[in-house]
Design a protein around this ligand. Structure first.
Ligand code: GTP
Ligand code: MG
Length: 820
């Protein structure tokens, strides 16, 4: 063992590496192999001539004995002689205090020695840097490198850019760094902290952004790492930023220090999640080796931090928000309000992080308790913290059609025996949302967790589900499976979900792409995407979720499944009690089965799916298929149904939008205006007679309502305008135009929360603003928007302008009669 003052060095250990690789290969994807773990191998093409393999194990597998290596972040390759070598080596996976046997304080005390280097747990993403034999500098994120199109690679790419900037500072080249690292047989480990690239919890100003070097590891199967002062020296030499750390020699001191920081969650003026402690241990082998553990703040510290946040909220006049320790926190807030009342100086100091501990201690003294007493008491009273939740977990997707909800649900069912209710299997005509919630509750009687398989794409659906289930199961824990729908990403989401749904064919209860034809299905899918309301955990109803797991609708269900399991496992360990974690092979198999073996046995029409509320409106279904009530509708016939808008309002909006635009942008609008080619009336077409065959249900629903409302009564004769069928909200999202036609792309939503929805069956709901000549029909907006969806604006000759702010206008839903 090298002294802590000199750099450790050992050359590649060919035999050790071969052995390690044999161990990894032997457990590749094969369920739990001989080694009792499983791993995934990915090969990356660096530059067409260099190939590296990345090895990845499941988090929980690192807790097992006798693994070929414990490196988290591991890349290997073959050198020019065909000999295997490690090119990138991350730290050994390290655990929280108390998380495993080895990190119980007694064992830490017994088995470790100082100096203990403590650093604040980093807050960006990890980047590995090393040198290949041919002087290529390799920059990797945890599991990726090279130029594949995925997010992890974009981390690696951002890392590359920063490396270049740092090297420039000290006038060195990539090749020089590669040669140096190779000479050291080491991997440089840095944290990429750059808000411009990706925002994390802590803020980094542009001056503070960059790569923070925090470690240098030898490229060996076993873990050997540089002492921190040598890492700093290397950072200075090569232009990297340095990380902050403190050194303590005595483990008791370390413990006291950490517990002290935990009290405020603050260190050096910044919020911290916890610390990483680096030292040496002689556990297992009896020989001193480099070893890390972490100290993440948990109870009662998390409770203290909650109190701190609540106090700050009170001071700044916000409503304090909290989910845990409800009773005691309520009492604390009352106490704090009293203290702060009439003491602006106290409030001001508190905002500057002074007096936090005093406020808390005064409160605890006033009730004669210590923090730990409260936690113990809560546990005895059955106050649920996520750590001991072992039942009543409801998994609620927020998604659109084809995101993979059912695939994930079926996989969770087969892996853990969890419940699953598909909204599409509920065929009751009345009170379907309630029936769905009831079916979910029923699953929880038998099973610890269940998936409420419905799109829940709007807030009112999420609200309904959370409220209805909580009424029957008051302790239910809601986990949102958030298929993130950023509008900027809609085209990729469209591509991914359409592909899946169209190739699924008829194997679905309501969306039968095979027999309905792609256009009809795409329109339904578009409806969901347009109505999608992003999950906002900060506000109602989404603040009812105990946890939100973000997943990417364009990623494979297999990858999403793994994220979901990992997150649930970390948050609700007891939910998995007694079950071994599935290997990656188990997960592959579960997804495979969900995709291949699953067939639906219920099929019915789409109703209440898209048009929930028709029934509540009392729209009876009295029309024949020819679109005429009982075959004898009076002339004239309805041509289309639309949401009509105030022309004054729309014109005012158009004027405002173009007033500040550059002349080139406003050119076509001004021309349309000058030539009086702007529409006199504005509307959003909901459905045209021509589409009634494809959307029979919707057409009939509206037609019935229209006929009912326009039947002559004593007060009403046919000479009056068409009756109002309802109201809706029309959000103006953007203006799109070419030199023939201009339209607003809009978003339709119910007029009030929980109100009736009036979707548009057009691929892109829109308002035609005007056309360039009388022979250009407004319907051309449809083809303009279709081209815009496919090609975007710019080169395609299409221009677009986003409408800033949340501009919404009221729409009046009416049938518009055919002109004679
Ligand atoms: P709806 O019930 O229609 O709203 O869809 P859903 O969100 O439940 O999606 P589902 O799980 O049914 O997935 C849609 C189709 O895509 C099914 O045919 C799946 O088998 C398939 N699918 C799901 N995940 C993947 C994936 O990762 N890759 C591929 N190629 N197909 C997938
Ligand atoms: Mg489904």
């Amino acid at each position: 063992m090298a002294s802590r003052n000199e750099a450790p060095y050992r050359p590649q250990d060919r035999q050790g590496v071969s052995e390690m690789l044999r161990g990894l290969e032997g457990n590749k994807g094969k369920g739990k192999g001989k080694g009792g773990f499983s791993c995934k191998k990915n090969t990356f093409d660096i530059d067409g001539s260099n190939f590296v393999d990345s090895w990845r194990m499941q988090d929980w597998d690192y807790k097992k004995q006798n693994l070929p290596t414990y490196a988290r972040g591991l890349f290997t390759t073959n050198d020019s002689k065909g000999q295997p070598e490690i090119v990138v080596r991350g730290y050994d996976k390290f655990f929280n205090h108390g998380e495993v046997r080895e990190t119980e304080w007694e064992n830490i005390k017994r088995n470790t020695r100082g100096p203990y280097e403590l650093s604040v747990k980093e807050n960006g993403c990890i980047i590995f840097i090393s040198g290949l034999e041919d002087q290529t500098l390799l920059v990797c994120s945890k599991h990726s490198t090279g130029y594949r199109q995925d997010t992890d690679v974009s981390h690696a790419k951002a890392g590359e850019d920063w490396v270049e900037r740092h090297l420039k500072l000290v006038g060195k080249t990539r090749a020089e760094l590669a040669i140096k690292l190779r000479e050291m047989n080491a991997t440089a480990v840095a944290e990429l902290c750059d808000d411009e690239f990706e925002e994390h919890v802590l803020q980094y100003t542009p001056q503070a952004a960059g790569l923070y070097l925090h470690g240098i590891n030898l490229n060996l199967p076993e873990f050997a790492t540089y002492p921190h002062h040598l890492v700093d020296q290397f950072a200075d030499d090569w232009g990297f930023k340095k990380t902050m750390y403190i050194v303590k020699d005595d483990i008791d001191e370390v413990k006291t220090f950490l517990e002290g920081i935990g009290e405020t969650g603050h260190y050096d003026g910044r919020d911290t999640e916890g610390f990483v402690i680096r030292c040496q241990s002689k556990a297992n082998s009896g020989e001193w080796h480099d070893w890390f553990f972490k100290y993440k703040f948990d109870e009662p510290y998390l409770m203290y931090r909650q109190w701190r946040e609540c106090t700050k909220a009170v001071i700044s006049g916000r409503e304090p928000k909290y989910k845990k320790h409800k009773k005691v926190t309520e009492a604390y807030i009352n106490f704090a309000r009293k203290q702060l009342h009439g003491h602006p100086d106290l409030a001001k100091a508190y905002q500057a992080n002074h007096g936090i501990i005093k406020m808390r201690d005064d409160f605890l003294a006033s009730c004669g308790l210590e923090g730990s007493d409260i936690i113990r008491q809560e546990a005895e009273d059955g106050e649920v913290t996520n750590d001991n939740v072992d039942r009543d977990v409801v998994i609620v997707p927020a998604a659109t059609i084809g995101c993979g909800k059912t695939t994930i649900a079926l996989s969770l069912r087969s892996l853990f025996g969890w419940g699953h209710v598909q909204n599409d299997n509920i065929t009751v005509q009345k009170g379907k949302p309630r029936a769905f919630a009831n079916a979910c509750c029923k699953e929880l009687e038998e099973r610890p967790a269940m998936v409420a398989d419905r799109n829940n794409h709007q807030k009112r659906e999420r609200k309904q589900l959370i409220e209805d289930i909580s009424r029957t199961v008051p302790n239910a824990h809601f986990v949102c499976l958030n298929y993130v729908h950023d509008r900027s990403n809609y085209n990729s989401i469209r591509a991914a979900t359409r592909e899946r749904v169209l190739s699924r064919g008829d194997n679905h209860q309501t969306i039968q792409a095979g027999s309905k034809g792609p256009d009809a299905v795409i329109e339904i899918m578009e409806g969901f995407m347009h109505r999608f309301e992003p999950v906002d955990p900060e506000s109602s109803p989404d603040d009812g979720f105990h946890m939100v797991i973000d997943i990417d609708p364009t990623a494979s269900s297999r990858d999403n499944l793994e994220i979901v399991i990992n997150r649930l496992y970390a948050e609700y360990p007891k939910l998995f009690a007694g079950q071994d974690m599935p290997s990656s092979e188990d997960m592959d198999a579960a997804i495979d089965a969900a995709m291949k073996d699953y067939t639906v046995d219920i099929k019915h029409e789409i109703k209440s799916r898209d048009n929930r509320g028709g029934k509540q409106q009392g729209m009876s279904r009295a029309t024949g298929l020819n679109g005429q009530p009982n075959g004898k509708q009076k002339e004239p016939k309805v041509d289309y149904f639309a949401a009509q808008l105030s022309a004054t309002r729309i014109n005012a909006i158009l004027d405002t939008v173009f007033r500040d635009a550059p002349p080139e942008t406003a050119r076509i609008y001004n021309a349309l205006k000058q030539q009086r080619r702007i529409q006199a009336d504005f509307h959003v077409t909901l459905i045209h007679r021509a589409a009634s065959g494809e959307h029979t249900e919707y057409w009939h629903r509206l037609l019935d309502a229209h006929n009912e409302a326009s039947a002559p009564t004593e007060q009403r004769t046919y000479t009056q305008p068409e009756p109002k069928l309802g109201m809706c909200k029309v959000g103006l999202e953007r203006l799109v135009w070419d030199n023939r036609v201009m339209a607003f792309v809009v978003r339709l939503s119910p007029f009030e929360e929980g109100g009736v929805n009036f979707p548009s069956v057009n691929t892109t709901a829109h308002i035609t603003v005007g056309t360039a000549a009388p022979n250009i029909k407004p319907v051309e907006s449809n083809s303009l928007l279709a081209r815009w969806l496919q090609q975007g604006s710019g080169a395609s000759g299409i221009a677009e302008l986003a409408i800033k702010g949340n501009v919404e206008v009221e729409g009046t839903v009416r049938g518009v009669l055919q002109k004679h």
